[in-house]
Design a protein around this ligand. Sequence first.
Ligand code: ADP
Length: 291
Amino acid sequence: MFRQNKKLHELERAALSPASPAYTADLKKIEDKERKDVYKYTGEGSAFLCLILVGAFYIYRSVHRQFRLQQQQQNFVMAVTHELKTPIAVSRLNLETLQKYSLEEEKRKKLLQMTLQETLRLDTLINNILISSQLEGNSYKISKEELDLSALMKDVVKNFQGRYPERELQASIQEDIDMKGDAMLLKLLLSNLLENANKYSPKGKSVSLSLARKDGIELTVADEGHGIPDEEKKAVFDKFYRIGNEQTRKTQGTGLGLYISKKIVQDHGGEIHIKDNNPAGSKFIVQFNAA
Ligand code: ADP
């Protein structure tokens, strides 16, 4: 375009007769027009280039996102398969042992305890998978019944203590905190947070939980594990997201727990966020409006 523009104006200049009285004025007109055309082509070219770059950026981003999601889904399928098979295999082995041998009372209790732990883990996992697809497909009808959140949380704590008797759990639950909500989902929320606190903190460390009236209703779960780096604090709530990669991760999981937890909190009109616990670990803070 620039070359053509230059040639065109050269021809126009050549056509002028230097003897003509209007020669200088005409020459100036041609030069002005040539300059204007240069600006026009530069502007148009830059606009097109910008459009192409923006388009390319969006295409790249969506392909990249799709690729990441596909990879996360693959990891998820692998993780779920493993998470489903392990508790079943462990429970089966325990039950077969109990059936074949007459064990001492202590050992029998331990095996039953382990089996119970595995079945409850399976229950949480299956609930997470079912609820996440139902909540997304809007096929789950959230009930908004008046409930005693304090009693509900105590129930989950009891379950947790039955599952992990060796884990020290410091629970401070204020009595008679009522709210409108879905009992099953709220139990799943606390169960997910406690499950993570247990999973991501070393054995001897304690986990603490509190439920109190504070700017509405505040539920916190804190652990003394390795914590969550600031740059990951938002991403951990994404679907299938797990920190690290398959090679470096030591724990099994599906990356669904926090995604569902956030969804449950939002569906109850609340907010969830993560802070660093003192001196170590992470603290999940859930806030609901009072009933
Ligand atoms: P999952 O535990 O199945 O991987 P979640 O959605 O529950 O999935 O958690 C997402 C990620 O957030 C986990 O993979 C883990 O890396 C991180 N995470 C969650 N809770 C904690 C915690 N209490 N301490 C440290 N990291 C955590």
